[in-house]
Each structure stands twice: as structure tokens, then as C-alpha cells.
Ligand binder design. Structure first.
Ligand code: PHE
Length: 335
């Protein structure tokens, strides 16, 4: 019997363990449940009583030997793994920084816009990008023959002649979210509605087939035009600084009356020009009625702006397409 233990002892002594794989192989061969040491241990019971004590001691010694060898090899491999650093390396130095991504200039601008309106007590409302004609046009007081419904501007998803089925469109503005908000709740409302909108326009430095808007809606008892003007002025001052030069002039939108547009002065005194940054107005009574709000009791204002336009003016970007090219040389400038 002791030939078996002697043989195993020799084998273990001469086993080479210089990699993690060899270590695992050693453990499986000798020390696992089905390994050689277990096999010998299970033989102890069947050995003749006179020899049993000696045999048991020998098996245990072999087991100890295997364990010690395994431990040593483990320690050796562990420490070589750690010591790949060269003696000259200063391991107390901080690691070199990983390249950090930055938020897209549109996301940064949107965040700034949202921050302004959070401070003014507005919450966020959301709606679908595929809209029906009712929410995108009819409820917003667009007459049936209004040119904005024309194929020129609108991407139609489903165009129908059937009077009972609505056309489906990619929303051309975020104003339909106003309608959804007012239809599903009761006044007062004070929300902004950021989102992507689509226009079937040719792609140039100034226009793209999609862009982002932030629309705002405030409906309550006795909301006034003066409050709208105050809100807009506060907005441009917070985004472009207190010395921003702005003007407010009359305009037209089917869903507001009166309607206005706001421009800011861009450039220096002699070579600068007025650039439009948003449209706004008092919510048209027809719109309030379309969503079941009593226009005698409630009034409201709404405004809408293009996030791309605000970003382009803020950062001096002269081509809207840069915002969609994802060229790192451009994006990395917005650290
Ligand atoms: N929805 C308008 C547009 O897309 C912007 C706007 C919103 C104007 C709200 C007035 C009031 O041009």
C-alpha cells in the first residue's frame, strides 16, 4: 500500500506549477473530490487493521504536502501578477486622465433653457412626435386651407380623403402638446414642452428637416400680455446676459391673438443685425374652446422657440448641419 503513497508523494513533489492554468490543474488532479488524495483517503477503511494506522498517516502527510505546494504556488503567482510595474515606476502618481465626453451643445442649451423655466415655476410636459391633424393643426385654429398644412412643410405619415379619419403627420411644432395638456387636465397650467419637430424643408445652413423646440404655456385666471413680456425678457437676459439687446414686434400665429415675435441684436453696433429667436402670444380663445376651457374665465400665454437657433446664437455656430454631423472636432469645443 505504501507504494501508492510514495508514488503520489514523488509526483506531487515534482509537479511544476508556473501558471494559473497549471495551478488549477494541480488542484483538480490532487485535491479535488475526485482527485488522487481523496481516492487514497477512501481506501483507508479497506486496509488491514495492522497497516491501517501507518497508511493513514502516510496519506495525510501526502495531503499536507499537496496543500502546502498549492498554497506556495498560489502566493508566488499572485505576487508576480502584481509586480508587473517596473522598479522605476512611481506607483503613487495619479493615473493619466481618461478622455471625457461632453454633453452635445444642443443638450447643454436645452438644459439652460429648462433651468430658466424651472426657476420661473414651469414644469415639463411631453407628447408624441407622430401627431394627428387635429392636435397639430385643427385644435390650434389652423383654417383648413392654411399653407402650413401644405405638403411643402409637413411630413405626412397618412394622408386621407375620408372625413372621419385624421391625417397623421410628423409634428411640425410642439404646440400640439399644449392641446394634449389642456385636454387632459384643468387649469391652471404652467409647463414647457421641449421636443423634436419635423419640417419638410430643403437642408441648408439655416434649415434642417428636423429640429428642437421648447414651447411654453401658462393658463390661469387673468394672465396678461405684460406677464408674457416680462417672462420673455427675463428669459433672454438669463440666457444671453443682462446687456442683451432685444425687441418685441407684432406677428401672426393662428393659435395666438395678439401674436408677437422677439428678436435679439446680433453682432456689433455697425455690422450686427436683428435675429428672430421666438414666437409668442396670448392663447387664442378658439384654442381654449377647442379643449373645453372657458375663455371668459381663463386666459393664457404661449411661446415657442427653436433650440438650434438659441444654441447657434449663443455659441456663434453658423451652420445648423454642424449640430447633426457628430464631428468630434466640432463637439469637443463645448467642454
Ligand atoms: N408653434 C410656433 C412655431 O412653430 C411657435 C409659437 C408657439 C408661437 C407658441 C406662438 C406661441 O413657429
Amino acid at each position: 500500500m505504501s507504494e501508492l503513497t510514495d508514488k503520489l508523494k514523488k509526483e506531487i513533489e515534482s509537479a511544476r506549477i508556473s501558471t494559473r492554468e497549471e495551478l488549477e490543474h494541480f488542484r483538480l488532479t490532487y485535491l479535488s473530490k475526485k482527485g488522487h488524495v481523496s481516492a487514497l483517503l477512501s481506501k483507508i477503511g479497506s486496509v488491514a487493521a495492522e497497516e491501517r494506522k501507518i497508511f493513514g498517516q502516510k496519506v495525510n502527510a501526502v495531503k499536507q504536502l499537496a496543500h502546502t505546494k498549492l498554497k506556495e504556488a498560489e502566493q508566488r503567482l499572485h505576487s508576480t501578477k502584481k509586480s508587473t510595474a517596473k522598479a522605476t515606476d512611481d506607483i503613487t502618481l495619479p493615473a493619466s486622465p481618461l478622455p471625457l465626453g461632453v454633453a452635445h451643445p444642443l443638450s447643454q442649451t436645452l438644459r439652460q433653457i429648462k433651468d430658466v423655466f424651472y426657476r420661473l415655476g414651469f414644469s415639463i410636459a411631453d407628447g408624441p412626435e407622430v401627431e394627428d391633424d387635429f392636435h397639430n393643426f385643427t385644435a390650434l385654429n389652423f383654417p383648413p386651407e392654411h399653407p402650413a398644412r401644405d405638403m411643402q412643410d409637413t411630413f405626412f405619415i397618412r394622408k386621407t380623403e375620408d372625413a372621419d379619419t385624421d391625417d397623421l403627420v410628423l409634428r411640425t411644432h410642439t404646440s400640439p402638446v399644449q392641446i394634449r395638456l389642456m385636454k387632459n387636465g384643468t387649469p391652471p397650467f404652467r409647463s414647457i414642452m421641449p421636443g423634436r419637430v419635423y419640417r419638410n424643408e430643403s437642408i441648408t445652413a439655416k434649415s434642417y428637416c428636423l429640429f428642437h423646440q421648447v414651447e411654453g404655456l401658462y393658463v390661469d385666471k387673468k394672465v396678461s400680455l405684460a406677464e408674457l413680456k416680462d417672462t420673455l425678457i427675463m428669459f433672454v437676459e438669463m440666457i444671453y446676459g443682462e446687456d442683451v439687446r432685444y425687441r418685441i414686434r407684432p406677428s401672426f400665429f393662428p393659435f395666438t391673438e395678439p401674436s408677437l415675435e422677439m428678436d435679439i441684436w446680433w453682432g456689433d453696433e455697425s455690422s450686427g443685425k436683428w435675429l428672430e429667436i421666438l414666437g409668442a402670444g396670448m392663447v387664442h380663445p378658439n384654442v381654449l374652446q377647442a379643449v373645453g376651457i372657458d375663455s371668459e374665465e381663463y386666459s393664457g400665454f404661449a411661446f415657442g422657440m427653436g433650440v438650434e437657433r438659441i444654441a447657434m446664437l449663443k455659441y456663434g455656430i453658423d451652420d445648423i448641419r454642424l449640430l447633426y454631423d457628430n464631428d468630434l472636432r466640432f463637439l469637443q469645443q463645448f467642454q
